[in-house]
Ligand binder design. Sequence first.
Ligand code: ZN
Length: 350
Amino acid sequence: MGLSKAAMSGIARDLIALGVLHETETVQGQGRPSILLDLHPEGAFFVGISLLEDPAPLVLSDFNGNILARQTMPLSRDPGVIAGLIADALPKLLSGRKDAKRKLYGLGVALSGFVDERQANCVQSTLLGWQDVPLAQIISQKCGIDTFIENDAKAVAVSEKLFGSARDVQNFSVVSFDDGIGCAHFIGGKLYRGNHGGAGEIAHCTIEPGGSPCRCGKRGCLDTVASLKAIREMAKAEGLSCHSIEDLETEAARGNAAAVRVLHRAGNALGLAIAHLIQFNDPGMILIAHVEGRFDGLFGTVMRQTAEANVLPRYAGQTPIRTHRVDRDVWARGAASIAAHNFLIGPTPN
Ligand SMILES: [Zn+2]
């Protein structure tokens, strides 16, 4: 920053007085001891809302991404109704913290669909039935809070970059593994959006040409083979009474050939998609954030083996594939991190 130590100390003093920074530990280096500073967790608060499920969760997050309070509201497809429901839910969400209202610096919304680079308009959402909806403006006018919206998987990637295990990684992809599969990339330390906001939509990469029909209208997409929903449906078609990967792993360990087949097919498909990600972008890490599911059994082993076997030998074993179990708050927390990112760093353009 080109600032002298004295100028830096002055700025730090002001920020401490404002409650944005706080002093942590004293470290003894060369010369005088230094006091380490960190963001004060209660220096700013953010609200995150997920429009991916009904009821829709709202969370209050602090400056470190910790969730302090949660509420739910009914999900609506009407943007005006959504804004009204948020306005109604806010007082209760903020009521547990006396200064939360004063230090509320932004509101984020995560949704399924394409969002423009200003994080203001929903360009298209099949789930919500929207086309060019200026949701951020509608909510901020109703609630009087700066509002930013983002695609669900991109919101999770921003959350991992700001608060999670990708803090020090410049190039990485997050794969969100749930009933559908989402993905988002950070390239050169920045969220990569693509030309239409659709970068990372690996759910609809063709993995089995001519395979099962997908909700998008194509056939053989990754989502039709490897998503949790697809895995449950494949298990049912095989006549298995398994409702989760956990059940399938138990059956497979007992030698049930049908369970082995389902886990193999799904693990193979996800592994191929991850091999493509590695081959395209050469990331420093692939992070699989999963709400449910296990990756320490046959499914995870097949996924890793397939990924390794389908990249150039020089990449094989070079890209860590980490799995990270997340709770149901992952989407709302991601939404709050979009607001935090805008407050701290500014928008996330290409
Ligand atoms: Zn598809």
